[in-house]
Design a protein around this ligand. Sequence first.
Ligand SMILES: [Ca+2]
Ligand SMILES: [Ca+2]
Ligand SMILES: [Ca+2]
Length: 279
Amino acid sequence: MKRFAQIAAAVCSIALAGQAGAAVINYTDFSSVAGLTLNNNAAQVGNVLRVTPAGYYKSGSAFSTSTVSLASNASFSTFFQFRFTSPGGACDGQGCGADGLVFTVQTVGNNVGGAGSGIGYAGINHSVGIEFDTWNNGGGDHNSSNHIGIDINGNVNSTVLAEVTEADMNAGDIWNVWVDYDGSTNLLEARMNRSGVRPTNAILSLTRNLAADLGTTNAFVGFTSGTGAAFANHDILSWTLEDRFAPIGGGSNSVPEPGSLLLLGTGLALVRVMRKRIR
Ligand SMILES: [Ca+2]
Ligand SMILES: [Ca+2]
Ligand SMILES: [Ca+2]
């Protein structure tokens, strides 16, 4: 029985990893930005989505042109890669470059996100944002110059915040990010690292009824960014989003696998047999 459970679990995990093929948003790179609305200073540059360029007082956002239907109480899972390069202007004592990037789920419109110092996110009501903030604005930032935070309803004073200790995000590395929201438990979790292997532990989590914050489960999803007296290129390199809670393996696991539906079917059949036997 134990062996059977192990096989069933293994088949299920393979099937779940392959489910990324069903993602409603899937940009392996941004050689095409079809399906996105780019606002203010956001632009497609080569194969990247440059939400703001390395220049003084820029702002930008890029959102799905149409809403995504997050059916199960606003559940979603997403994986994306970002990189901040060419930092310049003023420095805040821990590296140079500013202000950062915010992954945003919101219900206002596909053209919002204008304020530079608010990382393009400030003032977007009915929203949740996962901010990657590289500029210390004082108390609202917990005096941190390099942090991740969960922001609600356009407030850049994060509800929860964690210092990113692995490295300075302005150092030019590629960062991998996983954000998962399970609407059945209201648990929102964020993970990040440079290795691309999905971490076991979340760097940040928050229990929150996002469906209530959003007011509807038809949401625009995307990114906002801003620069001020300090700046950097804030680039997205790839992005996948599922319209349900389906944590993504990350790295090469996020590439759609042919036959994943067949594997999923096999996995579900095994689970059904298991359940019958347990009864
Ligand atoms: Ca900094
Ligand atoms: Ca800041
Ligand atoms: Ca902040």
